[in-house]
Design a protein around this ligand. Sequence first.
Ligand code: CP
Length: 295
Amino acid sequence: MQHFLDIHDLAVDQIQSLLQRAQQMKKSANYPQKNTQTLANLFYENSTRTRVSFELAAKHMGMQVINVQLQTSSEQKGEVIEDTLSTLAAMGIQYFVIRHQQDGLPQAMAAFLGRRAHVINAGDGKHAHPSQALLDMLTIQEHKPHVHQLKVAIVGNLRHSRVANSFQAMALKMGIGELALIAPPLWQPEQPIFGEVTPDLRQGLADADVVMCLRVQKERLAEDEQLDLSQYRSQYSLTPDTIKYAKPDAIIMHPGPINRGIEIDSVLADGPQSVILQQVQNGVYARMAILDALK
Ligand code: CP
């Protein structure tokens, strides 16, 4: 594989192989080494989990890592991203992990670089976050291996969520039994990739084995002026009362970062059903599997 850009690009056996590889690496610290290789993180949007886990994954595999400081890079003097990437590739960097606010930017940079380097999409705009979908699937399989029999429910801003888009693509490829997409009308996806849309939290969560809660993207509330945050919280937040609609052994997921007391109560985020920190831990193994697959 030359680039890792979108779940849609992957065959089912490629996804299964990435999941198996991540699981193997979790069981054994005998990681494959790429110690002549260098990876650059280019994060044009903020990140904690994705940036650090790609850095850790690369370092576990013996790679050198450069975190490009974009606020002080020559892009501030007008250099275009293509020239930044060509410059870094000329210095010998072979892996570019790119997060960008523009939908499709990592894909465009992969087309630009071709075989000169590997591009990994670490989240593009509202479009895709494929490494998140991989770690989410890895976490689900650890708890609920019979994915064809599962009901997964996602609640939150599905219209603007790259996490939800990539998870829908993953659920479709992996044959998840049922996917409920729960959101108020303003946040419902315009064209769902997979799943049934509902505005009703109770109906969407009914009998769910997995409940995935999305972050309320406060930075998007200005765009959604009609959305009343307190009303959203009263109708859609995961609380000890609303989680009872799902199965008693349902796992609770969240990609992070969490707005405690808004989309989810702390008692659930930190409670026995939560697998949120396991998702974070699995992110390192999922990203090692991605780096290993890029040849
Ligand atoms: N889930 C996720 O992408 O988190 P970060 O924004 O911290 O990378």
